[in-house]
Write a protein that binds this ligand. Structure first.
Ligand code: ATP
Ligand code: MG
Length: 122
């Protein structure tokens, strides 16, 4: 099974085609870098892979699951974006509580404190 499989991927914003027939395969355990000039569509591709935006055409599969079943694999993938998505006026605990609420995840104060402790953010 491949970690990432992209076939015939296209993405347009209005009349502007940003991704044209992208095909790529990343095998499990492979370390894969992909490079492109500014505006080439790298972030757009990552956003499609992570379900933030939809492709205009083509197919994407992560760990064998098609992207429209992304909820099934979200627990098994991680993404570190190049910009911070934190609200800087919130504490770490308040931020996690807020995000859990938005995602409909029921989590107790103790679970949040435990998670923060595990990554050294108590
Ligand atoms: N939501 C959007 N609406 C319209 N155009 C967009 C949108 N998002 C990206 N674009 C355009 O799509 C193209 C690809 O953008 P993208 O951010 O994917 O490039 P990138 O390769 O990540 O660039 P960089 O190296 O600057 O991070 C750019 O021309 C950008 O202006
Ligand atoms: Mg980018």
């Amino acid at each position: 099974m491949n970690a990432i499989e992209v076939r015939g991927l296209k993405k347009s914003f209005g009349a502007k085609e940003v991704l044209h027939e992208v095909n790529l395969t990343v095998e499990q355990g492979e370390i894969f870098g992909f490079l492109g000039r500014n505006g080439a569509g790298k972030s757009t591709l990552i956003q499609i892979l992570t379900g933030i935006t939809q492709a205009s055409a083509g197919t994407v599969a992560l760990l064998g699951e098609p992207a429209d079943r992304l909820d099934a694999i979200k627990r098994r993938i991680g993404v570190m974006p190049d910009t911070s998505n934190l609200y800087h006026d919130m504490t770490a605990r308040a931020f996690l509580e807020y995000m859990a609420g938005l995602s409909g995840v029921r989590v107790s104060k103790n679970e949040i404190l435990d998670l923060l402790g595990r990554v050294g953010l108590s």
